[in-house]
Design a protein around this ligand. Structure first.
Ligand code: ADP
Length: 293
C-alpha cells in the first residue's frame, strides 16, 4: 500500500479501472473443494492472478502437549508464500508478514469453528500461496473455510473474505497488485454471513467516513457473491451424477415359441428315447390320431 507510483492511470477517463473492471467488480474467482488426497479437507482458489491452496488436518492431538487446551480445540493456521509466487524470488520461510497473517487467520477461525466440541485437539490449516497478486490473505481465508468444511469440521458457517481499497481517490473493490502497490488504502474483511459477525477487519491507509462506508458496501456485495461460490464448490464435490435421460429397464424379449417336444434335439443321457420307458405315463390319444378309439 502506498508504494511506488504507477506508470499509467489506474482509473480511466470512463471511470473504469486500467484492467477494464468497474469500481465494484471482482476479479474472476474459481473455487474447487477436495483437491488433495492425503489432507482431511482441501480447497484450491484462483482469484485473478492469485493461486492459493488450503489443506486442513484434524481435529487431532496437539504437539507439543503443553499447547493443549483441556476446554477446547486450538486452530493453528500457517500462511506461506512460495518463493516463486512473486515476480522477484521471495526468501523462503516465515517472515513477519506471514506470521501476522497466520495469526489473524488462526484467530478468525477459532471464532467460527465449534472448538469446545474437541478439547485437547488442534485443527491445522495450511495456506500455500502459489502465485500472488494482492488479496492473498482474503483468498487464503476463502480457501481455508471451504477446506474446513470439506474436512467435516463443525463450523457456524463458511467464511468469505475480500478487500476493498482506494486508488487515485476512488474507492474500488478487490485490489490487484498494481492497485495495492500504488493505492492509498486497503480494507480486508471476513464475515460469518449467517450471524453477520466480523472475523477480520483490517485497515491500511486512510479513508474518509463516506469512503469507508462505500468500501464496506462493496465488500459486503462481494462477500455475498463469494459465499455463493463457496457453497457451490462444496455442492459440486458431493453432487451425485445424474444421467440426462431417465434410466429405463431394457424391455424383456418375448420368449421364443418352441416347437413341439419332438423337434427338440437333446444329446447325452437326458436325450429322450423313442421307446417308452418304465413308469412313463401312457400317451394320450386324440380321437383323430391314427390308432385312436
Ligand atoms: P495481501 O496479499 O493479502 O494483499 P499484502 O497487502 O501484504 O497482502 O501484499 C500484497 C501483495 O504484495 C501480495 O499479494 C504479493 O503480490 C506482494 N508481496 C507481498 N509480500 C511480498 C514479498 N515478500 N515479495 C514480493 N512481493 C510480495
Amino acid at each position: 500500500m502506498g508504494g511506488t507510483a504507477s506508470t499509467h492511470k489506474l482509473i480511466r477517463k470512463d471511470g473504469k479501472r486500467y484492467d477494464g473492471r468497474a469500481v465494484d467488480e471482482l476479479r474472476p474467482i474459481t473455487i474447487q473443494a477436495g483437491v488433495l488426497k492425503r489432507a482431511d479437507g482441501s480447497a484450491y482458489v484462483t482469484w485473478g492472478e492469485n493461486k492459493v491452496l488450503a489443506a486442513v488436518y484434524g481435529p487431532r492431538e496437539v504437539h507439543p502437549r503443553h499447547l493443549q487446551n483441556p476446554a477446547r480445540a486450538i486452530v493453528q493456521a500457517k500462511y506461506n508464500m512460495a518463493s516463486f509466487s512473486v515476480s522477484e524470488r521471495k526468501r523462503p520461510g516465515p517472515d513477519r508478514r506471514s506470521q501476522e497473517i497466520s495469526k489473524i487467520i488462526s484467530e478468525a477461525f477459532e471464532a467460527v469453528v465449534f472448538v469446545e466440541q474437541f478439547p485437547r485437539t488442534t485443527v491445522d490449516v495450511y495456506i500455500e500461496v502459489l502465485q500472488a497478486d494482492a488479496g492473498t490473505r482474503c483468498a487464503g481465508i476463502t480457501a481455508a473455510s471451504v477446506a474446513l468444511a470439506d474436512a467435516g469440521v463443525p463450523m457456524k458457517d463458511l467464511v468469505p473474505s475480500c478487500a476493498a481499497g482506494k486508488v487515485e481517490e476512488t474507492v474500488v473493490c478487490d485490489l490487484n497488485k498494481e492497485e495495492d502497490n500504488c493505492g492509498e488504502a486497503d480494507l480486508p474483511m471476513a464475515i460469518i454471513p449467517r450471524t453477520g459477525e466480523f472475523l477480520l477487519l483490517q485497515m491500511d491507509g486512510h479513508f474518509t467516513y463516506d469512503e469507508l462506508m462505500k468500501a464496506m458496501e462493496y465488500n459486503f456485495k462481494a462477500l455475498n457473491y463469494i459465499y455463493k461460490l463457496q457453497k457451490e464448490a462444496l455442492r459440486k464435490k458431493y453432487a451425485t451424477v445424474q444421467l440426462e435421460e431417465p434410466f429405463v429397464l431394457p424391455k424383456r424379449e418375448e420368449p421364443t415359441v418352441l416347437e413341439p417336444e419332438a423337434n427338440i434335439v437333446r444329446e447325452g443321457p437326458m436325450a429322450p428315447s423313442d421307446e417308452p420307458q418304465q413308469g412313463d405315463a401312457p400317451p394320450e390319444m386324440s380321437r383323430d390320431s391314427p390308432g385312436g378309439a
